[in-house]
Design a protein around this ligand. Structure first.
Ligand code: ZN
Length: 203
C-alpha cells in the first residue's frame, strides 16, 4: 500500500506558506510505515521542533488502474475519510531551500493519520464537503472540497499517469489554510461534515 499526497491544492494554503501556485498538482509519497496505528498517540519526533498538522480529505483506491481517464476515476474509489499529513516544517523548509526531496519531513513514522472510512454514498456531492480540524476543541482549520484546485477525479487521473494505483492505496488530497504547530498534550480531532473521523493525543 502506498500513500500519495497532493501539495498546494488550496489557494489560501499556498498563500500562507508563500509558495508558488503550481501549474500541475504537486505530488509526493509517504511510505506505509508512516501510518499512525489506530488508537495510538502521536509522539513528536526528536529531529523536529516544528511539527505542523495538515488536515486533508482522503480517498481509498479500490482496484488497480493506470492512465485512468477523469470520467472513470469515480469508479476507482468508494470510501472517503479525513486524515492528517503531519509535517516537520522546520526540516521541510531546510530541504526545500536546498532543493532536496521532502521525504524525511513528511514520511517519518506516524506522519500519516488515517481516520475512519465512510462510504462515499453518505454524501450528496464529494466536491462540496466541509471538513474541520479541532485542536483542544477549538477549530483551527476549515476547508471545503469545492476549493480544491484539482478535484479528486482529476487527481486520480493525473497521479495514475505516473504511478499505477493499487487496491488499498490512499490519496491525501491537500490541506486548506490554517496549518499550525502542535505541542505536547494537544488533542486533535477531525470532522468531515457531521462525522468525527479521528481523534488523537500528542505526546
Ligand atoms: Zn499535506
Amino acid at each position: 500500500m502506498k500513500i500519495i499526497c497532493i501539495g498546494r491544492n488550496y489557494a489560501a494554503h499556498i498563500e500562507e506558506l508563500a509558495n508558488e501556485r503550481p501549474d500541475e498538482p504537486v505530488v509526493f509519497i509517504k511510505p506505509d510505515s508512516a501510518v499512525l496505528p489506530k488508537e495510538q498517540d502521536f509522539y513528536i519526533p526528536e529531529f523536529s521542533n516544528e511539527i505542523h498538522y495538515e488536515v486533508e480529505v482522503l480517498v481509498k483506491i479500490k482496484k488497480v488502474g493506470k492512465h485512468i481517464d477523469k470520467k472513470f476515476a469515480h469508479t476507482y474509489y468508494d470510501e472517503v475519510s479525513l486524515g492528517i499529513d503531519f509535517t516537520a516544517r522546520d526540516l521541510q523548509s531546510k530541504l526545500k531551500e536546498k532543493g532536496l526531496p521532502w521525504e524525511k519531513a513528511k514520511g517519518f513514522d506516524g506522519a500519516a493519520v488515517i481516520g475512519k472510512w465512510l462510504a462515499k454514498s453518505n454524501f450528496k456531492d464529494l466536491n462540496n464537503l466541509n471538513f474541520y480540524l479541532l485542536k483542544n476543541d477549538v477549530e483551527v482549520q476549515k476547508g471545503n472540497t469545492s476549493l480544491m484546485l484539482w478535484k479528486v477525479d482529476e487527481l486520480i487521473s493525473y497521479v495514475s499517469s505516473f504511478f499505477m494505483l493499487k487496491k488499498g492505496d490512499i490519496i491525501f488530497t491537500g490541506t486548506p489554510a490554517g496549518v499550525g504547530k502542535i505541542e505536547v498534550n494537544d488533542y486533535l480531532s477531525g470532522m468531515l461534515e457531521e462525522y468525527e473521523l479521528f481523534a488523537l493525543k500528542i505526546k
